[in-house]
Design a binder for this molecule. Structure first.
Ligand code: WT7
Length: 652
């Protein structure tokens, strides 16, 4: 990628100041940046003291063997105690921890005192199954309270958990069980998705027939759907209600070293075997907790927090479980899809529980845009005060729509950049401090060092693009790839000496604010110019007729690559409308310059996405280059590809 590359194509002039009242009472003010700048390690040591330690750490960072970090290494603490018991001890046992909403409409209200009993019983149950500190437990559950309880029970006894998203296949589950050498699997008969029960247990049974999974001695099964015909292996399978319910309600948590492994989480990865990202105890909890407090300005006594991610992703780990619960939050846990049984389901939930802080992904926001403004307008969303976004670059138009139609043009939007590997939020506005810019994650949080460098690892000047790097270790950083230190070094630390390479393209604007431009593999080379897929997508989405766009570079004899765009039109727009494609091409040229004008634009009904909502550009490239499709197993719905192909005009 050359330096004038990733040029500052898109000019975004809109600015939104923090609401005065929020700024006046914000948890974190501009002073935090100063403090962290003056003494970065002292700043993190102070954040660690927001937690309750059995042995307070005297050491902050041990970086004597980079890039293998140790944070707070001589401290000891229990994560579950921090997320549950200490709130009960502080007299908050009656505070609601979880408002659970099942997809069929069943609900459960779980207070911190309830959570303490449930986690204690589950911890005893795991111990009865022979799980000891250090043993790995695989968790393959729907979004039900037992998922949160299981994670905390593992943390309580020092058994690292490995969550496998419930939408993954038996194969994906087997690979992950094998790699982590899990001893117990926690699952359910099934969960509810799109209005019907969807089985999980059969995938576990199938996974456990694969080589490399022999060490699994027990499968703990939650009854969620009560569906018939789930297999049962006597001596291995045990119902949650048979085992957990009869356990004692008190359990004494044991403190573990700050560097004791807390969890392994596999990143999907577009190529190669999935990477088991290892997170440990003290540093992870310090940063998950601090960032939740700072970025969402959580006031635990009055806020209702809702992160719509699945607990099977890192977003769910850090911002459903460890961040919010360590801060004593009241939160919503919703099992299902946004459009079951109707497209206003999320907004109905916001209204019902008085959600004040909503954290979701651009893909969900764009789906809501596509379904129409009138849907959220039917609900009372006035409780909302902060909106967050995560997972991929948010197109400025989607950002503005989110603020306007969900946030009544009043709530700050925080675009938070981070990764499974970083464990917690790294780059984000602070809602009481930062004047926000639609589409930009803007500034590293206090205590975080991030910048943009060119091919030779030199920091680029303002107004230029390159690669995003992290230049100092941070408390919730991955410690390694499970069982593969070399791959950890090669993947993240070998591209630029001494710097963590995130794999994302980024640019600094004239104010020095950071804009994320997508994975570096998603940069196109067109007639000698590097153009980011994200910027062309944002330009397309800024056209009133476009709801969503996916852009790929297709091999082209004249221009190296040619820009090919797949677009989903907004409700009401007609794909057959004469001149539409020309109008969209002209619109991109006007927004970004003629070099960025797509050669082809194809209106489609759906786009291929991974289960975490990322567009699979690799498959679209296959189509654009008239190739047979590659591997489609990680798609949410592989029929999407057939649908797209059937809609295409004969290759031009
Ligand atoms: C990749 C990490 C972090 C939890 C969810 C995804 C992209 C994430 C943003 C953002 C632009 C973003 C990056 C990153 N990404 N947040 N706010 N703006 N891009 O975790 O699956 O580990 O993916 O997601 O490309 O590298 P993940």
């Amino acid at each position: 990628m050359s330096n004038e590359s990733l040029a500052n194509l898109l000019k975004e002039e809109r600015r939104f100041a923090p609401p005065a009242a929020l700024a006046a009472s914000a948890n974190v003010t501009a002073e935090a940046y100063e403090q962290a700048k003056a003494d970065r390690l002292g700043f993190w040591a102070a954040q660690a003291r927001r937690l309750s330690w059995e042995t307070e750490p005297t050491e902050t960072l041990d970086w004597s063997n980079p890039p293998f970090a140790k944070w707070f290494a001589d401290g000891k603490l229990n994560v579950a105690y921090n997320c549950v018991d200490r709130h009960v001890e502080n007299g908050l046992g009656d505070r609601v921890a979880l408002h659970f909403e099942g997809e069929p409409g069943d609900t459960r209200t779980i207070t911190y005192a309830d959570l303490q009993r449930e986690v204690s019983k589950a911890a005893h149950a795991l111990t009865e199954l022979g799980v000891k500190a250090g043993d790995r437990v695989a968790i393959y559950l729907p979004m039900i309270p037992e998922a949160v309880v299981s994670m905390l029970a593992c943390a309580r006894i020092g058994a690292p958990h490995s969550l496998v998203f419930g939408g993954f296949s038996a194969d994906a589950l087997a690979t992950r069980i094998n790699d982590a050498d899990a001893r117990v699997v926690i699952t359910a008969d099934g969960g509810y998705r799109r209005g019907k029960p969807s089985a999980l247990k059969p995938a576990v049974d199938e996974a456990l027939t694969r080589p490399g999974t022999e060490n699994v001695r027990s499968v703990l099964v939650v009854r969620r759907t009560g569906q018939d015909g789930i297999g049962w292996t006597e001596g291995r399978d045990v119902w949650w209600h048979d085992l957990v319910d009869r356990q004692p309600e008190q359990h004494t948590p044991q403190a573990f070293d700050a560097e004791h492994p807390l969890f392994i989480l596999y990143t999907s990865g577009t190529t190669g075997k999935p990477k088991g990202i290892l997170h440990t105890t003290g540093g992870y909890l310090t940063q998950a907790s601090y960032t939740h407090h700072a970025v969402f300005d959580l006031k635990p006594e009055s806020d209702v927090f809702w992160c719509t991610a699945d607990v099977g992703w890192v977003t769910g780990h850090s911002y459903i479980v460890y961040g919010p619960l360590s801060n004593g939050a009241t939160e919503v846990l919703y099992e299902g899809t946004p459009d079951s049984p109707h497209q206003g389901r999320w907004w109905e939930i916001v209204q019902k529980y008085g959600v004040t802080i909503l954290y979701t992904a651009p893909t969900a926001i764009r789906a809501a845009m596509k379904w129409g403004d009138d849907i959220p307008a039917k609900f009372d969303l006035s409780s909302l005060r902060i909106l967050g976004s995560v997972g991929e670059p948010i197109n400025p138009e989607a950002w503005v729509w989110y603020r306007k139609h969900i946030g009544a043009d009043r709530t700050p939007v925080v675009d938070t950049w981070w990764q499974t590997e970083t464990g917690s939020i790294m780059i984000s506005p602070l809602p009481g401090v930062t004047e926000t810019k639609p589409g930009s994650a803007q500034v590293p949080l206090p205590g975080i060092a991030a910048t943009v460098v060119d091919d030779e690892a030199h920091e680029v000047p303002d107004g230029h693009g390159g690669y995003l790097v992290l230049t100092e270790p941070w408390p919730s950083m991955l410690r390694t790839i499970w069982g593969d230190d070399q791959r950890y070094l090669d993947t993240y630390w070998s591209r630029f000496e001494g710097k963590y390479f995130a794999g994302d393209g980024a640019k600094k604007d004239d104010d020095g604010d950071i804009w994320l431009l997508g994975r570096v593999d998603d940069v196109m080379l067109v007639s000698g110019h590097n153009i980011s897929t994200t910027e062309v997508e944002s330009a397309l989405v800024s056209h009133p007729k476009v709801a969503e766009a996916a852009v790929v570079g297709a091999a082209d004899p004249q221009t190296t690559q040619a820009i090919c765009a797949f677009v989903i039109l907004r409700g009401g727009a007609d794909a057959g409308e004469e001149g539409l494609v020309e109008e969209l091409r002209a619109h991109v040229a006007k927004q970004l310059g003629p070099i960025a004008k797509p050669k082809r634009i194809l209106p489609v009904a759906e786009l291929p996405k991974t289960r975490s909502g990322k567009i699979m550009r690799r498959l679209l490239r296959d189509i654009a280059e008239n190739r047979t499709l590659g591997d489609v197993t990680t798609l949410t719905d592989s029929s999407v590809m057939d649908l797209i192909q059937s809609q295409l005009p004969a290759a031009s």
